[in-house]
Structures are given as C-alpha cells and as structure tokens.
Design a protein around this ligand. Structure first.
Ligand code: PLP
Length: 385
C-alpha cells in the first residue's frame, strides 16, 4: 500500500466524501442574475467580485460573468484584481479601495485601474502618469454620505478644470449608496442629488452610483454603469419584497451522529440550552470555523430565533452554541426513518436563503456569503465549459 503524503502547504480540492460540508455554486444562476440586473438597470452593468466573488470563487465566477457579457469588474484589493485579471484577460478591472503609495506601476503592469478617493491618491496617480508620459485610466470616488472613502462633494465639484485631470484619464466617476436596501430612506434622494450635481460638472466622464439595491430604487437616474455585487450571488436586493434573484449558493452539512437528550440535560458548550422533555438531536460537521456564525446558536433565552437546518423537508432549529467544528440540531419532528447518520441536511437552500440565514444569526447575508469556509467540498454547476 502506498501512502501519499500531500506536500506541505498544498491545499487541493476536498473530496465530497471526506467533507463535513458540501457547497454547491450555480454559475448559470450567477450569469442569469447578472442579466436580470443588467436588464433592470438599463445601462452597462459591471460585477463586483471583491472578497473572492462574495465567497463563491473569483476563478469560477469571473469567467461565467464574462461569458454572460460582463466587461467590467470591481474588487477591493490589488491581490483580488490580479486574480480577476487572470480570469478575464480583456476586462476592465477597478480596485475600489484605492491604491497604496508606490503601487502605481503594478496597476500599469496588470492593466488594472485604481479608484482614486483622496487628493493624495489623485496627486500620486497624476504624477505617475506624467512621469510615464501617458494618461492611464482611473476612477474617481466622491463620497456622498458614507464618510468612508472618496472626495467630499465640495471637492468633487472642484474637480472640473483641475489640471491633474489632464494628466490621467478620468474613466469613471462613482459614489456609493448608504441605505439603498431601504427605499423609504431619505438619504437615497440626497445622495442621488449630490452625485448628479457632481456628474453634471463633468459631463464627459461616465458615472456610476447603483449597487444591487440601488438598481431597484424607483428614482435612480440612469447613470452610465451599475455596480451590483450581492444580488448577483442570490442575495435579495429588495428586502421588503420577494427576492427577484435566483439562488446561487447551496450549503449542506453532514450528520455525524444521532442521539437523544433527556429532559433537563443540556447540549453544547456552557450548557446554554436545556432539553424540555426527550429530544432527538443530530450533530452536524459544520461550525464557526467554516464561517457559520456562532451567533446563530440557541440558548434557553433565545429559542425560536436561531439558525436552522432543513432535514427531510422540515426546518430544524439549532440547539445550544455553535462550536468551532460542530452544530447540534433538534430533529425530534422529523420521522425517525427519514434521518440517518451520514445524511446531509440543508443549511443554505430550499427556501432557506442567505438573507434569512444572516438574519437568524443576527447579521446580514453578505457576511454569510463572504465567510463561506475553506473546508467545504465545492462543486460548481454550469458556467463556462
Ligand atoms: C461592495 C460594493 C458594491 C456592491 O454592493 P452590493 O450591495 O453588494 O451590490 C458597489 N460599490 C462599492 C463601492 C462597493 O464597495
């Protein structure tokens, strides 16, 4: 018998039969969601693929989006931009977090565009382009309410006529919405107004404001480019209404053991959950080290608002704390012959969508997606052959 020792540091794909969790990513649904958003936006539509394409995998998601017709991508970091570039040799790629001093040449070498969000960044990019004798493209970010990245609106209004804009190619003017998922929030109109005012002073530069939810705002003007992220991956951009997107991510966890707890026994760390009567429990091979939030656990105080697993079509609540590698669920309501050791149960999917999983863990679906762990066996469906 030969025992193959994996080389130190290698991290190959995890075989499904060895995995505690099975993650399935539907690249056809991703492509279809992009088309839905493009049609809804009625403008050129980019794809935001930061954070490893919201946990789904840049190397798989980007080619599927290119194939669907997407030509512009946004990431947060240069390291992500390089991966996106390898996956999309001809696409336009922007780095949202701006550019770190001294990295201008890297942008040039990889054909990546920085999103300039401060005067020092604009100065450095302009000086770099002057020194090269060429006007390389970059986006300019104007902050209309987030107070995070970007020039203040007054500075945005001062851009027109600024000499530095002749040193490089201002290829995009952008801003980011604070509360687009809440269409009733008054800040939407203020941001649209402020951004429109800046854009009106720079008519030659394409403008971009809408994220996923922004595309669905009734009063959103048609700027040049929409920038959805979350909705591409199946998140609901309209939390007050039915989700118009197709699910992209499905997560299953494997049952390691079935057991029962007698009345008064506790389960999990700190004994935070106490059995009322005799309950049948199943232990799943997924935990917070897989990105499933610990805050989805249950205690005697919060029963009813915990994480869920779907077992044979029934929604079963988490029992006790989520451990690093394990989750206990209550399967008492599932017929005994419908649940066996080794079975998989659904943690995301079958109507339990990323938004609900996020809410039940006291967070948002974005954090669920971007936290999807590295120990799952990953399967991609559809996409580019
Ligand atoms: C993340 C991000 C987006 C995408 O937002 P979603 O809500 O995921 O659609 C767009 N623009 C900027 C600047 C971002 O940081």
């Amino acid at each position: 018998m030969t025992i193959t020792t994996p080389q130190a540091g290698t991290r190959g794909p995890i075989p499904a039969e060895e995995a505690g969790g099975l993650l399935t990513i539907d690249l056809d649904a991703l492509a279809s969601n992009w088309k839905t958003l493009r049609d809804r936006a009625g403008t050129e539509t980019a794809a935001v693929v930061k954070a490893d394409a919201y946990g789904t995998g840049i190397e798989q998601a980007v080619p599927a989006l290119v194939d669907a017709g997407c030509g512009t991508f946004f990431v947060a970091h240069m390291a992500e931009a390089k991966r996106a570039r390898a996956a999309a040799p001809n696409a336009t790629i922007y780095v949202l977090n701006g550019f770190l001093t001294g990295t201008a040449a890297t942008y040039l070498n990889f054909g990546i565009r920085p999103v300039l969000g401060s005067w020092p960044e604009i100065d450095e990019w302009a000086a770099f382009c002057r020194a090269q004798g060429k006007t390389f493209p970059a986006a300019i970010h104007v902050d209309t309410g987030m107070n995070r990245l970007g020039l203040r609106v007054a500075d945005g209004m001062a851009l027109r006529g600024d000499r530095r804009l002749e040193d490089f190619e201002p290829a995009l003017l952008m801003s980011h919405l604070v509360s687009a998922e809440d269409p009733a929030h008054e800040i939407n109109a203020r941001q649209i107004e402020a951004f429109s005012a800046v854009a009106a002073t720079l008519p030659g530069i394409p403008a971009s404001l809408a994220n996923s939810s922004g595309i669905f705002l009734k009063d959103m003007p048609r700027f040049s480019l929409a920038r959805p992220g979350y909705a591409l991956y199946g998140g609901n951009p309209t939390p007050d209404a039915k989700n118009p997107m197709e699910p992209v991510v499905r997560l299953e966890g494997r049952i390691l053991q079935l057991r029962s707890a007698e009345h008064g026994e506790t389960a999990g760390y700190s004994g935070a959950w106490t059995s009322k009567g005799r309950r049948r429990l199943a232990t799943l091979s997924v935990g917070y080290a897989d990105g499933y939030p610990r805050s989805a656990g249950s205690t005697d105080a919060n029963v009813g608002q915990t994480g869920l697993a779907i077992v044979a079509g029934r929604r079963c609540p988490f029992v006790g704390r989520v451990s690093m590698d394990l989750i206990i669920i209550d399967v008492t309501d599932v017929p005994e012959d419908a649940v066996r050791q080794g079975d998989t149960v659904v943690l995301i999917g079958d109507g339990l969508d990323v938004d609900e999983v996020g809410t039940r863990a006291g967070t948002i679906g974005y954090e669920i997606l971007t936290g999807l762990g590295r120990r799952y066996a990953r399967t991609y469906r559809g996409g580019v052959a």
